[in-house]
Every structure is written in structure tokens, then in C-alpha cells.
Write a protein that binds this ligand. Structure first.
Ligand SMILES: *[C@@H]1O[C@H](CO)[C@@H](O)[C@H](O)[C@H]1NC(C)=O
Ligand SMILES: *[C@@H]1O[C@H](CO)[C@@H](O)[C@H](O)[C@H]1NC(C)=O
Ligand SMILES: *[C@@H]1O[C@H](CO)[C@@H](O)[C@H](O)[C@H]1NC(C)=O
Ligand SMILES: *[C@@H]1O[C@H](CO)[C@@H](O)[C@H](O)[C@H]1NC(C)=O
Ligand SMILES: *[C@@H]1O[C@H](CO)[C@@H](O)[C@H](O)[C@H]1NC(C)=O
Ligand SMILES: *[C@@H]1O[C@H](CO)[C@@H](O)[C@H](O)[C@H]1NC(C)=O
Ligand SMILES: *[C@@H]1O[C@H](CO)[C@@H](O)[C@H](O)[C@H]1NC(C)=O
Ligand SMILES: *[C@@H]1O[C@H](CO)[C@@H](O)[C@H](O)[C@H]1NC(C)=O
Ligand SMILES: *[C@@H]1O[C@H](CO)[C@@H](O)[C@H](O)[C@H]1NC(C)=O
Ligand SMILES: *[C@@H]1O[C@H](CO)[C@@H](O)[C@H](O)[C@H]1NC(C)=O
Length: 833
């Protein structure tokens, strides 16, 4: 034993060492990624903490009262890439405050009431890409000392006090500048010279956001020959007139995307006049987007007239009437109508359109035919649509359709077999109620289809040929449908290119062993959330490419059959969590398999037992198969013992008398015999025994002492005991009087059998047979043993004639004399007779 002092001497330094390692050593900051990311937000820090590793790359110091940034105050963090100083009450930033941060990419200064910005406040920062200076009381971009930040890509100065739209000259130093957010400032007027820098630097690919500025005046021609990537003007105008003249003032602008509209909570315009957009015809626009305008005038057709030359239109959150007809010369290629309250399905004729997205519109509820010759991409999801004749080329007026999304609608009746839509590659029908899907091979003609989703469509797969013809299919999702008898048959014949199959939530209880035989490229099967009762590896064996199998959330107890289990050799992930495993000895081969295949199983430590009760919710891995060995041994030992005991009991019962003989042998073997012979005979022959045998032997010379049960057995003792103790033990020889009666008496035969055992045990040649009368051969044969003895040994035959008697008695006496202790008297007598 160690002494307490020595123990303490070891433990205390160890504990001190451990406490140094605790993460709290950079208290109070939160270590998100060790040595890389630290979060020190809202900690009432007034200084930059100095106990954070110098290797830190991301540092969040927001909501601390730092107030003043002195020079070189971040020199401890040369690796810093992201620095968040939001709402740190910073009023003063001195020269060289960020000096040394040569890797800093993102600097966030949102919400600091900056009063003094030294001229070289942002010096260094040679890699800065994003500068966010929202709500910093900035009044002018030109005074903002960032002219040297050549790498800048994004400048966010929203929500400041900037009055002038003049883009500073230093933008020409920033070849990568893409996004300038000037929203929510005080800009009212736009003059031609404000955009001068863009004339100098025409390659600049700039996106400008001017939303929420109270725009009022624009000098005509300000944007002439200007190229922008994007211009956003939302909630800028307090009247339609201002907006109209402003849009006219944009004439000459070449722009990739123009965004107009308002915000959900920021509405200014009272009514929307179609003439508003007239000015757009003097612009070159690729994409046009308009959002959150409530009050469009009745005739929407006129609105679209101003948009004919635009290739992509997006209309979102508008109260829009569906125009019956569209302008003839539309050049639209993509049209998106999202969250608009259309009242009718837009059954339009639109030859140019390639992509049409019409989603989340509440007003329309039945599909109507449209005619869009060039259409390749159609998304009609989330409209609450009913569709009675889905689907053929006549519904859409095109045979070029490749992508069709009808998900999240109402009832879709599959009645047209996709006639003329053979180009379809992607078909999504999830969460719509499908009718007649399983009546015939509805997908038969879709030989180019790669992706099919019929999840949550309330389909009962009755028809086994449902997926016939889908030779190119790679992804099939059919979660939450059902099968007759909850049995998965082989419905995947011919899907040789299938790589992903989702069958989750289909109430499956059993899987046909040939369900997946024809899927050589399948890599993922999702069988989760079914009701599988066992894991049948045989079904998955043909899947040579299978990598992921998800059987979680089932009722799996163990493997279907005991024995060698083989999964495809490419399997790398098997999810068996949330099942009903039985952790008992009956399934120990499965439990052992789990232990041996840990690396294959997902979250193996979270796999828990459901049975038996004492193992409930215990990890599967905690099952010990040693308990099985022990109980097996116990069972076999006890079975063996019971068998042995019963065997012994049966034997003891059967050979009770023989055993008694055996026990007696030891005791009596040595002692002198009282009798010369014990006579076994049938009581029917008692006369002969009394009159002949007893007379001749006991009264003759020498006299023999016979044991006769009528005379010598001790009264009150069981006959069997008498036979053994009085008869056999005390007699030298046994005389068996064989007669017809003897053979017929079971008792006599029993006595005889004991006699045989006695002869064997006492190893004396002691049985003398006397055949009293000729016994019928057939009768004798029943006593096989006796018959054999009699035919093999000599025996004495009683003959009732003078000569015969003489010979008989002489032979019998001789036999009895054999082994009799010698006495001179006896010998003499014998000689005389
Ligand atoms: C963190 O950095 C320190 C010193 O550079 C180093 O000893 C430690 O191993 C690092 N920890 C991790 C998790 O990288
Ligand atoms: C923040 O720290 C200052 C001193 O640095 C202290 O006076 C103030 O009470 C602290 N505020 C809170 C909310 O802990
Ligand atoms: C222009 O900027 C936008 C992002 O604002 C970007 O998506 C686009 O690729 C850029 N175009 C060119 C030609 O650099
Ligand atoms: C619109 O804004 C301008 C300038 O901010 C202001 O002079 C004018 O009165 C406003 N008009 C309306 C109708 O609010
Ligand atoms: C388009 O610009 C021309 C001249 O630049 C002008 O005459 C015409 O009125 C403008 N059109 C509209 C609808 O503003
Ligand atoms: C569309 O472009 C064509 C030719 O490029 C031109 O003639 C037509 O006026 C334009 N329409 C509008 C509304 O801008
Ligand atoms: C299966 O995919 C391969 C390549 O991914 C393609 O060459 C083959 O044509 C496809 N089979 C069918 C029947 O589409
Ligand atoms: C299987 O489907 C379930 C439920 O839809 C999902 O949670 C799980 O992530 C899927 N498993 C795989 C491996 O994709
Ligand atoms: C089963 O495990 C896989 C792999 O980690 C995972 O993607 C999937 O989501 C899991 N399944 C469920 C139902 O969580
Ligand atoms: C019991 O577990 C040991 C190792 O833990 C293993 O070698 C032995 O094969 C297992 N026995 C059975 C019957 O699974």
C-alpha cells in the first residue's frame, strides 16, 4: 500500500495538469473548432481577449463593448480570416487597427456608431473580399477610406446616411467588385456624373442594390451605355409618376437582371399602372423580376407587352389576373410565377418558352391544356391542382419535355400513358394523390426517364409491371406507399440502371427473395420505417453494387435464418438502428455477427435490445455470449443427470433381486452352507418332491440336507427374501425340477432366473436339472434360455422304473456330492450304497 502522503504527492500535480487541459482555459469564449474558431459574443469584453490561440481563423467578438479599436490591436491573430465586430459600440477606429491581418477575407462592422475613422484605419487587409459596414452612420462613400482594398468583391453599406449616389473613383481600383449594397440610405437624386467611374471601367460586373432609398429624381441618360449585372429597385418610389419617370431615365442601360417591386412589409405605391413599365423598352434586359405589387390593373396583357424582348421573367407575390392571351411575339424562354394569386390555370400558347415554373399559387385548382412547343422544363408543384388526364404531349403541346414536376398537388389521374413525352428524364409526383398508377404500365413509354418520385402518393402497388419500360431509371423514390399483404414482390424487372431505391415507410413486413435480382447497379436501398420482422440477407445478395442499406426503424429481431449471412461485398453502410432486437442466446449468432461487423453498421453503439426484459434498452454490444455457454452446460449436465438417475432406477427396479443377490454374495460367500441344495419346483410337483426327492436324499446315506420352501422358509419374511437368503445363500447347489407345470409357472421361471444369476455371481457350477416328465418341445422353446441349457447340458431324467430309479439316484447323489466338504462318515456311506 502507498502511503496517503505519497498518493497525494502524485495525484495533486496530475489534477493540476488535467485542469490546465480543460477547455475553460480560454474562458469565457466558446471554442467551436479547436485552434480555429472561437465565439466570444456578448461577454461584456472591453478588450480583445489575449488567451485565444494565435492560429485562430474565425473570431466572433460581436456584442461586446469594445468601443475603441487601437492600432495593431489584432496583431495576435495573423491567421484570421473572418472577424465579426457587430454591435461593439465602436466609435473610433485608429490607423492600422487591422494591420497584419493579411489573410482576413471577411470583416463585419455592422451596427457600430462610428464617429472617427482614421485615414489608414483599413490599412493592411490585403486579402479582404467582403466588407460589411451596415448601420455605421456612414455619410459618404467617397470619404470611406477603403480605396486600397483591391481584392474587394462585396461592399455592404446598407442602412447608413449616404445621400449621394456618386460611385467613388476608387471603384476603378477594384477589378473584382461585384456587389455594392446601398439599400436603405438617403439617396434621392441620380446624376449622370455619379456613374462616371463605370464609363472608365466598363468591364466592372456590378450588381447594385438601391432598394429603400427615397429615389425621386434621375437625370435622363444617366445610365446610357452603362452595363450592369443587376440593379434592384424595391420600395423606392412614393408615387407611380416618380417610378415611371425613373424607369424612363434608365434608358440605354444594358442589364442582366432588373428587379422591381416592393417588400412584404414595406409598401409605398398605392396602385400599379401598366404604363409604368413603358420605359423598359429602351433598356436591354435579360432577366426581369418583379415582386410584391398588390394592385395590378385589369389588363395584364398590356403589362406583358412591355416585356416581350426579355428572356427570363419572374413574377412573385403579385395579385395577378390570368390573361387569356399573350402577346404573339414574346421571346420569353423562362417564366416563373410564384405565390401569385392567379384565378385560372394559365392555358397559354407560348412557342418560345423552354422553362415554365408555376408554383405555390393558391387560386388555380384544375389543370387546363397549354401549348408550349419548346417547353423542356415544367414545374407545376404546390398548386393544389387536379389533373384528370395526366399526361400526354397534348396536355402541354410539346414533345420536348424533359423535366416534369407535379408534386404537392391534389388528385392526379394517370390515364394517358405519357404518350408523346418519351423525352422525359425527370418526373416528380410526390405528395399528390395518384389515381390508376397501378392499373397498367403507365410508365411504359418513358425509356429515357432517369428520376421518378412517387413518394406519398397513396399508391397501392398491385400490378407487378408498374415500372416496366423504365430502362434508364437511376433513382426511384416510392416512400410511404403500400403493397398487398405488405409483401414486396419483384416489381423491378428490367431497371438495370437503377442506383437509388427508396422504399421507406411502405409498411413492408416481408421481402421476396427475388425482389432485387435484376438490379446490378443499385447502390442504395432505403428500407427504413417499414415493419420488417427479420433481416433476410438472401434478398440483398444479388445486389453486387450495393453500398448503403438503411433498415432502421423496423421491427427486426435478428437474421431471418441462422447460419452464414452474406451481404454484398461492396456494402459499406448498414443502418440497423431503432429495431426490436432480441438479445437472447437463441439469436447469439446474429449478436456475434453484429460485434464482428461494427465497421459496417451505422451508430452500432446506439443499437439497443428490445427483448428480453432484463436487457431492454441495453446496447446490443453489451450482450455476452458466455452466459449462453454456461446455461448450455447447465442444461446438458442436468439432462444427463436425470437420464442417468432414471436409468439406474429402471435397472434397479428390474434387477432388484439380482442386486440383492450381489449384495448377499459378499456376505455369505465365505460362510459354510447350511443346505446341500435348494430345490426349485412347481407346487404341482410337490408330491413327487416330498415322496421321492426328500425321502431318497435326506434319509439316504449319506444324507443330504435340502432346502424346501414349505418347510425351511422363515415365516413372516417376504418370499423373495426367503428365496434369496434361505434358499440361495445357504445352499451349495440348486435343484431345478423341470416339468410341464414348472415351465408354465412364471414364479418358477423367475426363481430359475435368479438361480442363474446366483450361479454366475457365486461362480459355482451349481444348478442340477431334473426333468420330471417329458415337456412339450414347443412349450420349452418359449423359455429360450432354459431350452438352450437343457439341450446343451446334461440333465437328469426321472424314470419311474426300478433300473431307471437306481441310475437316477446314483447320478443325482454324485452330482450333489460334487464340492461337498469331505467327511469320512459320509464317504463311507456313499461307498456302501
Ligand atoms: C492547438 O495549437 C497548439 C499550439 O499551436 C497545439 O499544441 C495543439 O495541439 C493544437 N490543438 C489542436 C486540437 O490542433
Ligand atoms: C461589464 O463590465 C464593466 C466593467 O468592465 C462593468 O462595470 C459592468 O457592470 C459589466 N456589465 C455587466 C452587465 O456585467
Ligand atoms: C457577375 O457577377 C455575378 C454575381 O453578382 C456573377 O454571378 C456572374 O458570374 C458575374 N459575371 C461575370 C461575367 O463575371
Ligand atoms: C415623395 O417624396 C418626395 C421627396 O422625398 C416628397 O417631396 C414628396 O412630397 C413625396 N410625395 C408623396 C406623395 O409622398
Ligand atoms: C426611348 O428613348 C427614345 C430616345 O432615346 C425616346 O424618344 C422614347 O420616348 C423612349 N421611349 C419610351 C417609352 O420612353
Ligand atoms: C423588341 O426587339 C425588337 C427587335 O430587336 C424591336 O423591334 C421591338 O421594338 C422590341 N420591343 C420592345 C417592346 O422593346
Ligand atoms: C445505363 O447507363 C449507361 C451509362 O450510365 C448507359 O450507357 C446505358 O445506355 C444505360 N442503359 C439503358 C438501358 O439506358
Ligand atoms: C431513408 O429514409 C428516411 C425517411 O424518409 C430518411 O430519414 C433517411 O435519411 C433515409 N436514409 C438514407 C440512407 O438516405
Ligand atoms: C441511417 O444511417 C445513414 C448513414 O449514416 C443515414 O444517412 C440515414 O439517415 C440513417 N437513417 C435514418 C432513418 O435516420
Ligand atoms: C462467443 O464470443 C467469442 C468471442 O467473444 C467468439 O470467439 C465465439 O465464437 C462466440 N461464440 C459463439 C457461439 O458465438
Amino acid at each position: 500500500m502507498m502511503s496517503p502522503t505519497r498518493l497525494a504527492g502524485i495525484l495533486i500535480p496530475a489534477m493540476a495538469f488535467l485542469s490546465c487541459l480543460r477547455p475553460e482555459s480560454w474562458d469565457p469564449c466558446v471554442q467551436v473548432v479547436p485552434n480555429i474558431t472561437y465565439q466570444c459574443t456578448e461577454l461584456n469584453l472591453s478588450k480583445i481577449p489575449n488567451n485565444i490561440p494565435t492560429s485562430t481563423k474565425e473570431l466572433d467578438l460581436s456584442f461586446n463593448p469594445l468601443r475603441h479599436l487601437g492600432s495593431h490591436c489584432f496583431s495576435n491573430f495573423p491567421e484570421l480570416q473572418v472577424l465579426d465586430l457587430s454591435r461593439c459600440e465602436i466609435q473610433i477606429i485608429e490607423d492600422d487597427a487591422y494591420q497584419g491581418l493579411n489573410h482576413l477575407s471577411i470583416l463585419i462592422l455592422t451596427g457600430n456608431p462610428i464617429q472617427r475613422l482614421f485615414p489608414r484605419a483599413f490599412s493592411g487587409l490585403s486579402s479582404l473580399k467582403t466588407l460589411v459596414a451596415k448601420e455605421t452612420k456612414l455619410t459618404s462613400l467617397e470619404d470611406f477610406p477603403i480605396g486600397h482594398l483591391k481584392t474587394l468583391k462585396e461592399l455592404n453599406v446598407a442602412h447608413n446616411l449616404i445621400h449621394s449616389f456618386k460611385l467613388p473613383a476608387y471603384f476603378s481600383n477594384m477589378p473584382n467588385l461585384e456587389n455594392v449594397d446601398l439599400s436603405n440610405n438617403k439617396i434621392q437624386n441620380i446624376y449622370r456624373q455619379d456613374l462616371q467611374v463605370l464609363h472608365k471601367m466598363p468591364l466592372l460586373n456590378l450588381s447594385l442594390d438601391l432598394s429603400l432609398n427615397p429615389l425621386y429624381f434621375i437625370q435622363p441618360g444617366s445610365f446610357k451605355e452603362i452595363k450592369l449585372h443587376e440593379l434592384t429597385l424595391r420600395s423606392n418610389f412614393n408615387s407611380t409618376d416618380v417610378m415611371k419617370t425613373f424607369i424612363q431615365g434608365l434608358a440605354g442601360l444594358k442589364i442582366n437582371q432588373l428587379v422591381l417591386g416592393e417588400f412584404k412589409n414595406e409598401r409605398k405605391l398605392e396602385s400599379f399602372d401598366n404604363s409604368l413599365l413603358e420605359g423598359l423598352c429602351n433598356l436591354t434586359i435579360e432577366k426581369f423580376r418583379i415582386a410584391y405589387f398588390d394592385s395590378f390593373s385589369e389588363d395584364t396583357t398590356n403589362l406583358f407587352n412591355h416585356l416581350v424582348n426579355i428572356s427570363a421573367i419572374s413574377l412573385a407575390h403579385l395579385y395577378l389576373d390570368t390573361p387569356k392571351y399573350l402577346p404573339k411575339n414574346l421571346r420569353w424562354q423562362r417564366l416563373e410565377i410564384v405565390h401569385c394569386n392567379l384565378e385560372q390555370f394559365p392555358a397559354w400558347e407560348l412557342d418560345s418558352l423552354k422553362e415554365f415554373v408555376l408554383t405555390s399559387n393558391k387560386g388555380i385548382n384544375t389543370f387546363a391544356e397549354m401549348k408550349m412547343e419548346s417547353l423542356e422544363f415544367l414545374d407545376l408543384s404546390r398548386n393544389g391542382l387536379s389533373f384528370k388526364t395526366c399526361c400526354s404531349h397534348s396536355d402541354f403541346g410539346t414533345t420536348r419535355l424533359k423535366h416534369l414536376d407535379l408534386s404537392f398537388n391534389e388528385i392526379i389521374t394517370m390515364s394517358s400513358n405519357f404518350l408523346g413525352l418519351e423525352q422525359l428524364e425527370y418526373l416528380d409526383l410526390q405528395h399528390s394523390s395518384l389515381k390508376q398508377t397501378s392499373d397498367f404500365s403507365v410508365f411504359l413509354s418513358l425509356r429515357n426517364l432517369r428520376y421518378l418520385d412517387i413518394s406519398y402518393t397513396r399508391t397501392e402497388v398491385v400490378f407487378h409491371g408498374i415500372f416496366d419500360g423504365l430502362v434508364s431509371l437511376q433513382v426511384l423514390k416510392m416512400a410511404d406507399n403500400s403493397f398487398p399483404d405488405n409483401f414486396l414482390p419483384n416489381i423491378f424487372k428490367g431497371l438495370t440502371n437503377l442506383t437509388i431505391l427508396d422504399l421507406s415507410g411502405c409498411h413492408l413486413e416481408r421481402v421476396s427473395q427475388v425482389a432485387f435480382v435484376s438490379l446490378p447497379k443499385l447502390q442504395l436501398i432505403n428500407m427504413s420505417h417499414n415493419s420488417l420482422l427479420s433481416l433476410d440477407t438472401l434478398a440483398y445478395e444479388p445486389l453486387l453494387s450495393l453500398r448503403t442499406l438503411d433498415c432502421s426503424f423496423n421491427r427486426i429481431v435478428a437474421f431471418k435464418e441462422q447460419g452464414q449471412q452474406h451481404f454484398p461485398s461492396n456494402l459499406v453502410s448498414l443502418n440497423l438502428t431503432k429495431n426490436k432486437f432480441a438479445c437472447d442466446c437463441e439469436h447469439q449468432s446474429f449478436l456475434q455477427w453484429v460485434k464482428d461487423h461494427r465497421q459496417l453498421l451505422v451508430e452500432v453503439e446506439k443499437m439497443v435490445c428490445a427483448k428480453p426484459l432484463d436487457m431492454q434498452d441495453m446496447p446490443l454490444l453489451s450482450f455476452r455470449n458466455a452466459t449462453c455457454q454456461r446455461s448450455k452446460t447447465i442444461i446438458s449436465v442436468s439432462v444427463f443427470t436425470v437420464l442417468m438417475v432414471s436409468l439406474v432406477a429402471v435397472l434397479a427396479y428390474k434387477f432388484y433381486f439380482h442386486l440383492m443377490l450381489l449384495a448377499g454374495c459378499k456376505r455369505y460367500n465365505r460362510g459354510e452352507s447350511t443346505y446341500d441344495a435348494f430345490v426349485i419346483y412347481s407346487s404341482q410337483d410337490e408330491d413327487w418332491v416330498r415322496n421321492e426327492l426328500v425321502k431318497n436324499l435326506e434319509e439316504g446315506v449319506p444324507p443330504f440336507q435340502l432346502c424346501l420352501h414349505y418347510r425351511d422358509f422363515i415365516p413372516g419374511v417376504a418370499i423373495a427374501a426367503n428365496i434369496i437368503q434361505e434358499g440361495f445363500y445357504k445352499s451349495r447347489k440348486v435343484i431345478v425340477v423341470v416339468s410341464q407345470h414348472f415351465i408354465q409357472s412364471r414364479w418358477c421361471i423367475f426363481e430359475y432366473e435368479i438361480a442363474q444369476t446366483w450361479q454366475f455371481l457365486s461362480s459355482r457350477a451349481g444348478i442340477i436339472f431334473i426333468v420330471l416328465q417329458k415337456v412339450e418341445k414347443s412349450l420349452l422353446r418359449q423359455q429360450v434360455e432354459l431350452y438352450r441349457l437343457l439341450s446343451r447340458n446334461t440333465y437328469l431324467e426321472w424314470e419311474d422304473s426300478v433300473l431307471g430309479r437306481h441310475i437316477f439316484w446314483r447320478r443325482l447323489r454324485k452330482a450333489l456330492l460334487d464340492g461337498k466338504p469331505w467327511s469320512p462318515e459320509g464317504t463311507e456311506d456313499a461307498e456302501n450304497s
